[in-house]
Design a protein around this ligand. Structure first.
Ligand code: ATP
Length: 391
């Protein structure tokens, strides 16, 4: 339908970028990008008029996002050329041809399009041999200054290497090494955006080791050496404990940065420059607090007593602390057991139960509820009745 609507106004229309790569690889991808040789915003409006949904325009970038009522979301751009005011700046946008648009992309594997107009439906546009590179598991830049223009592409190259088990070709790897220092003049939020995606993927430790080989870690954290064992300990704790949590939207990615920055004397606070939201800021603050704490909670014998000290700490903060301190097995096991048990604390009583017991609303509420949780962890109570009689 989209292709037919493009035909109606004589626009050539293509799906482009990551979705084409993933179609060839056979991987699902729900981010659909469409490029038209014409005005992307006008085309998005035409789609909405005919197929329903809403359009959000980004005039400055000549792009629009069309949201179909089925919740399908498609980004539509005008075939364009991007030029950079200075290395590491955001691109300015100017109308141009499809080939120009593809040439400005990061890697050959991401620089393909498939036409969706009715007469040419399914035609692969592959000026830079991305299809061959996919078949040969290769990550290749399109031009020599690619990493200089946008050093975050080095992070993306490593992401695709690890995700697909591909490798940069020698020339791309050499260009990455030569351009690594340019990351120092890239804005922290842009770096953080790419780093967060990279570190949320399946192989964060391998990715960081690879970034170390390229020599870019030094320009991110100020030193080139880092303790891989701590990163591995953290990753195995994440794999063991995070899946048990009800809320799995955790900020583990920022913990890898904390571990890296901990190598440079007391510089963990610098991680805050990369925190993209309050949750990651909170986790960073909590880890600093735990490291500054007198660590009495390690001496506690019962899970309830540990809960008194650690109730408000996020799981990722605590496991990052275990990894950073390289805690002895007995202490690590105690904290792991606490985290595992803490995910299963039921809500035995709530505020209404306390009101029914004639307890006045106020700070006492939180105190009582905490005591009930601690008693449950210590297996002193098991049911609502036990909890009420304890109150
Ligand atoms: P993912 O599967 O992780 O979403 P993706 O390739 O779809 O990967 P996006 O970040 O959504 O990644 O980018 C979409 C497309 O935009 C890419 O395939 C690539 O063609 C292009 N692109 C993204 N970032 C850059 C960049 N920094 N430089 C050049 N092209 C880029």
């Amino acid at each position: 339908q989209i292709g037919k609507l493009a035909d109606q106004i004589n626009y050539s229309a293509y799906i482009i970028g990551g979705i084409v790569r993933d179609l060839i690889i056979g991987r699902t991808n729900e981010d659909i990008d469409i490029v038209v040789e014409g005005n992307g915003i006008d085309f998005a409006n035409l789609l909405a008029e005919n197929l329903g949904g809403t359009v959000r325009c980004h005039e400055k970038f000549a792009t629009a996002t069309w949201k179909h009522p089925s919740r399908l979301k498609i980004d539509i751009t005008s075939a364009r050329t991007e030029y950079y005011d200075y290395p590491a700046a955001l691109p300015n946008v100017e109308m141009s041809s499809l080939k120009e648009d593809l040439f400005r992309r990061d890697f050959t594997i991401n620089a393909m399009a498939i036409q969706i107009n009715e007469d040419h439906f399914g035609k692969l546009i592959d000026y830079f041999h991305g299809f061959n590179d996919i078949k040969q598991n290769k990550i290749k830049v399109l031009y020599n200054l690619s990493f200089v223009e946008d050093p975050t592409r080095i992070l993306r190259a490593v992401r695709f290497e690890q995700r697909f088990n591909f490798k940069m070709d020698q020339q791309t790897f050499d260009l990455a090494m030569i351009s690594a220092d340019k990351i120092a003049s890239t804005s922290k939020p842009r770096i953080a955006h790419e780093l967060s995606i990279l570190l949320k993927e399946k192989h964060p430790v391998e990715s960081l080791v690879r970034l170390g080989e390229i020599g870019i870690i030094r320009y991110l954290i100020g030193t080139h050496s880092f303790n891989v064992q701590k990163l591995k300990t953290f990753k195995s704790l994440v794999d063991e404990i995070v899946p048990l949590q009800q809320n799995q939207n955790s900020e583990t990615w920022v913990c890898y940065l904390v571990i890296l920055f901990s190598e440079t004397e007391n510089e963990i606070e610098l991680v805050k420059d990369y925190c993209l939201n309050n949750e990651s800021l909170k986790v960073t603050d909590q880890i600093v607090e735990l490291l500054d704490d007198n660590q009495n909670f390690l001496k506690e014998d019962t899970l309830g007593a540990i809960h008194h000290s650690l109730k408000n700490y996020q799981t990722e903060s605590i496991i990052c602390y275990i990894a950073l301190m390289q805690l002895q097995e007995c202490f690590a096991n105690k904290l792991k057991k606490y985290l595992q048990n803490r995910t299963q604390i039921p809500k035995l009583i709530d505020g209404n139960d306390l009101l029914n017991l004639n307890i006045e609303k106020g700070p006492l509420f939180a105190k009582i509820l905490l005591e009930i949780e601690c008693a449950y962890l210590n297996q002193e109570i098991h049911s609502k009745e036990d909890a009420i009689s304890k109150v």
